[in-house]
Design a protein. Sequence first.
Length: 586
Amino acid sequence: MTRCLLTLLNYIPSETSLETPNLSNGHKEISAHIAPLHPFTGWDAREIVRLVQCPLCSKILHEPVTLPCGNTICRECISSSSLWRISTTLRLSYVDSSRDWRFTCPLPTCEQEHTGGDTSTNPDLKIVIDAFDTETTRQTNVPKPAWILLKLNGFDPLSVQVLTSLLRQSRSSCLGGKITATYLMANMGKLPYNSDAFYKPYSYTMETCRSLDADLLDRLKNSIKPAFNCCQLCQDWFLEPVTAGCGHSTCRTCLQELLDLENFIHRTSVTDVKKGCPSCRQILCVPPACTPDVAPTNKLLDKLLNRFFPEELAIRRKEAEDKTRIGTKGTDLSLFIDTVCFPTQMRKLHVWQPSYIVMIENLRHFPCEKRLFGMLFPNPCGIPQGNLGSVPFREYGTLVHLTDMARRKNGTYDIVVEGVSCFKVLQHDTFHFYPIGKVEWLYDIGVAAEEALEIRETVPPPAIITTHLNGDDFLDTQVPDTLTVQDLDTMPTVYILKVSINFYLAMDRDSTEEDLKRNRVRYGPIPLDPKYLWDPVKFPWWLASALDISDGEKCKMLRETSIRGRLKLCAKWALEGKQFRQRRDV
């Protein structure tokens, strides 16, 4: 075991080319910022330590926080009160109050707006930092230095007298091997994030120095391994890890499968989840479609994985590619062209057409959770449907889950289906006399995008309150009677919801008890929410099911990918229905 002594000389950024400086004792310096090979070796000390440095304060990450942009910084670096501000824009009930506090990302490569709900400590990266602390501390208890670490820094150069005095200091002033010396220098804040480090052998042979850092690397790999092969869903190595606001990470493909299977998305909202994060059950605020552009990979976790465990990651990636290739063979979806069951809604149907009876018979042989098919509105007028042209159905439909079925004596079926998600038909064909199609799944925008959409469109009128509304406050809120469809575009989302609610209550007052009972049996109770009483996520689907409007209008709902957009459609129907009722009463 050996030590390394730190000496500050002068600084240059890592991007700047530099001729190796001449040292008085004639030893040649070795740059640690050359492009390292996979996997890491002791010669990559500067690159290794840079991975666990905060890009803002340049110190070793303390309480690492992974932001929605995929970058990781210290908690202290976002704790400054000057960064934070409170938003006064109205929000839907599904937005947690912690998301009112916002700050602009301090990293110049990002500068996006983040919220307080997305700043939890990353437990996986904390394991990594703790391992570095433990293992580097173990290597500092040796009698003599192995390297002199020269940090190229133009500020406060040490004189030869100071250097000599440092070399003669006691053991507590001596530092460990190359990685340890670099780590401790960074931890003291004396190694800027973008600086290079050069090393000079001091006491031991080159082979001995190499073996010391190789030993430290082996111990580090064993210590940090639990942070990388612990995806709570696949129990395997992380592959493109995505970190949620709670700080926990999962593989991108695993999270997408979970969102689909657990009905996290399915045209409702990520906040419609009952379970949430697989590690802590906190509500997930990741965008429903987990693509890299809207849900960036955790850059630091990904780099650490690729550099410390390249072989294991290559095997994991190969297995994932094989699984994807096998899973994409059957992309056809059975299609039922008659009506649509909207997401989150239940519907009873009587299937009597021979071709669809065959389809139901085929689905009977599938496990319950895989009894899925698509529902589409008919297109009797042959209106062109995008690239499909004139087809007997509308191109947008819903994926439904067959939850119950009963065969009648005459061979027909009574079935119960539940709406799951929305899709767009790309191609179509027939199979056993019933239609099938290749479809493109449609996903809602994420919570952050939903908030940005509201901020961009909202121009609050003077009468609108700029605080959160819930419970009785929401019920007591008055919406002007002179509203027009054009006014909806600039109203806060919660008021758009209120317009639709008022229309529904007016319909209830004018309906007979028998009509109300029949509607509740057919469409179920109105979706409730603990804050606003009416659920702004499920309510649009429920209202679209209950209203007697054209299939063309309902198809507009299927194309919408934001809650605000669907509520605006509902409010538009409400205003048009109100005008019709007024003309009828005249």
